[in-house]
Design a protein around this ligand. Structure first.
Ligand SMILES: *Cc1c(COP(=O)(O)O)cnc(C)c1O
Length: 455
C-alpha cells in the first residue's frame, strides 16, 4: 500500500468505528480483552507491511476500546469528539505542522490566535489575556502556577529565573480541600511540598467556605475551583477573589470542565466574579467535546505566562504571540485547531445549548434515579450526579453489574467517607432516551440485586 492507500484504509476503518459508536459495548467484553494478547509480539527484526499493522490495530484494538465517544458513557467528564473537531484534527494531522510559531506554521499560528480570542469571548474572560493551548488541564495548570509563583516573587524583587528558589521568599499555596488531584500534583512537582499546601475547608457542597478561608498575603497563590469533580459545585468566587485581591494574592482557577458553565446563560451565575482571577485552566477535551489532547492555560497578564514559559533563544524577548512561549511544549500540534473548529461550528448558541442540555439531562437522571430507589448525594447544579444505595456493598455491586452489562460505564468515588458513584453527562451524543435507558437499567439491576431502596 502506498501512503494514500494507507490513509484511505485508515479512513474507512475510522468511519466504520465511528458509525458503530452508538451500539458498541461501552466497556469491552472478555473476548475483546483477550484479543489484546495479539499485541504482545516480539519487536520485529525486519519491518512488517504497514497495511498489516493498521489491520491489526483495528481488528484487535478497536473492539477493546471503551466507547467513551458514544452516548451511554458517563465516566468522569470525558465528552465525545464533536464531528467537526474530529474532522479538523484529521486534516491538521495530515498537515503535520510544528505549531510552535508563525515561522513554523503560519496557518496554525493564525488559527490559534483566532481560537484564543474566541475562547476569551465565549468564557467572558478579560480580553487580551494570553491563551496557551496545551495537552491537558494538568499541563496548562502547571504552566499557570509557574507563572503565578514567578510573578509573586518578581513583586518581592526576586528574580526566579536567575536565582531559582534557594533563599527565595516563601510562596504559599492555598487550595480547596476538594482540589483535583492533578492540581495538587502540579504543586508537588513545583516543590511546594504536600505538607505545606494549605487546604481551605469546604462547606457540605464541596465549595470553599469563605468564613474559614486561611489567611492570604502577597506571597500566596489561592487556587479555586469551577466544577468540583463529584458535585459539580463552584467555589464562591466573588467573596474569595475580593479577599485575595485585598491581600495581593494570585488567584488561579481550575475550571477543567466547569469553566464552560460561563458560556451558558442557565449556568453562568455559578461563575460570577471568576473574571477577577489572574489565571484559569480549562479543557477542550472534556465539555467542549474536542479530541484529546486539547486544553488551555489562560493568564490575565500575558507577560507573566510568556516570561515563565519563555523558550525564545534570545532570553529577554519572550513573545506572547508564540504558542511555544505560552505552554510547556515546544514542538507541538496545533491543539487550538479543533477548539477553533468547534467554536465556529457551534457558535455561542451551540455552546450554550450543549451545556444547558447536559445540565438538564443530569437533573432528569437524578430525578429518575431517586424514583428508582437511589440516593442522590448532590444538588445537581451542573452535569454531575452523585449516587449511592443504602448499603455500601450494594453501591459497589450495582456499579459492577452495570459495567458488566456493557450498557454503560461510570466511575466509583468516595463521598463523605462512603462509596458512591458518579455519572457525568458530557457527550454531545447523549439523548434523553439514553438517560431514560440508564435509569431503567440501574433500577432493574437494583431490583435484581435485591438491594433495598435508599430512604
Ligand atoms: C480532569 C480535571 C483536571 C485535569 O485535567 P486533564 O486535562 O485531565 O489534565 C483538573 N481539574 C479538574 C476539576 C478536572 O476535572
Amino acid at each position: 500500500m502506498d501512503e494514500i492507500e494507507l490513509l484511505a484504509d485508515a479512513d474507512v476503518r475510522a468511519r466504520d468505528y465511528v458509525a458503530g459508536a452508538r451500539d458498541r459495548r461501552v466497556f469491552p467484553g472478555q473476548k475483546a480483552l483477550s484479543g489484546l494478547a495479539r499485541f504482545d509480539e516480539a519487536l520485529p527484526a525486519s519491518g512488517l507491511p504497514a497495511g498489516q499493522t493498521l489491520a491489526l490495530l483495528d481488528e484487535a484494538g478497536s473492539p477493546a476500546t471503551v466507547a467513551s465517544n458514544g452516548p451511554r458513557y458517563f465516566g468522569f467528564v470525558i465528552g465525545a469528539s464533536q464531528p467537526v473537531a474530529a474532522a479538523a484534527e484529521r486534516l491538521a494531522i495530515a498537515w503535520d505542522q510544528c505549531a510552535s510559531s508563525f515561522d513554523n506554521s503560519p496557518a496554525a499560528a493564525t488559527i490559534e490566535k483566532t481560537a484564543a480570542r474566541w475562547v476569551l469571548e465565549a468564557l467572558d474572560l478579560p480580553a487580551g489575556s494570553a491563551v496557551g493551548f496545551g495537552t491537558s488541564a494538568s499541563a496548562c495548570g502547571l504552566a499557570c502556577l509557574s507563572a503565578a509563583r514567578r510573578a509573586l516573587l518578581a513583586r518581592e524583587g526576586w528574580d526566579f529565573d536567575q536565582e531559582g528558589l534557594g533563599g527565595a521568599p516563601q510562596v504559599r499555596v492555598v487550595v480547596s480541600a476538594t482540589a483535583h488531584v492533578t492540581l495538587v500534583k502540579a504543586l508537588r512537582m513545583m516543590g511546594f511540598g504536600l505538607r505545606h499546601i494549605v487546604r481551605a475547608p469546604v462547606d457540605p457542597f464541596g465549595r470553599i467556605d469563605p468564613a474559614q478561608l486561611p489567611p492570604l498575603d502577597a506571597r500566596t497563590i489561592l487556587c479555586l475551583q469551577a466544577g468540583e469533580v463529584n458535585t459539580g459545585e463552584f467555589d464562591p468566587f466573588e467573596p474569595l477573589i475580593a479577599r485575595a485581591r485585598a491581600a495581593g494574592a494570585w488567584v488561579h482557577v481550575d475550571g477543567a470542565f466547569g469553566l464552560w458553565a460561563r458560556a451558558c446563560a442557565a449556568t453562568r451565575h455559578l461563575t460570577a466574579g471568576i473574571d477577577g482571577a489572574d489565571s484559569w485552566t480549562t479543557d477542550g477535551h472534556k465539555w467542549l467535546n474536542t479530541p484529546y489532547d486539547g486544553a488551555m492555560g489562560i493568564c490575565r497578564e500575558p507577560q507573566a505566562l510568556a516570561g515563565a514559559m519563555n523558550s525564545d533563544a534570545v532570553y529577554f524577548t519572550a513573545s506572547a504571540d508564540s504558542q511555544k512561549n505560552l505552554g510547556i511544549e515546544f514542538s507541538r500540534r496545533a491543539r487550538g485547531i479543533p477548539i477553533w473548529a468547534v467554536l465556529r461550528t457551534l457558535g455561542r448558541d451551540g455552546v450554550d445549548e450543549l451545556v444547558a442540555r447536559h445540565c438538564r439531562q443530569a437533573r432528569r437522571l437524578a430525578t429518575g434515579l431517586a424514583q428508582a430507589g437511589f440516593e442522590i448525594l448532590n444538588r445537581v447544579v451542573l452535569n454531575q450526579v452523585l449516587v449511592r444505595l443504602g448499603r455500601d456493598e450494594d453501591t459497589c455491586a450495582l456499579r459492577e453489574a452495570a459495567i458488566a452489562s456493557g450498557e454503560t460505564w461510570f466511575g466509583p468515588t468516595v463521598w463523605q467517607d462512603r462509596p458512591a458513584f458518579r455519572l457525568s453527562i458530557s457527550s454531545w451524543r447523549t439523548t434523553d432516551q439514553d438517560i431514560d435507558a440508564a435509569i431503567e437499567l440501574l433500577g432493574r439491576l437494583r431490583a435484581e440485586l435485591g438491594a433495598p431502596r435508599a430512604s
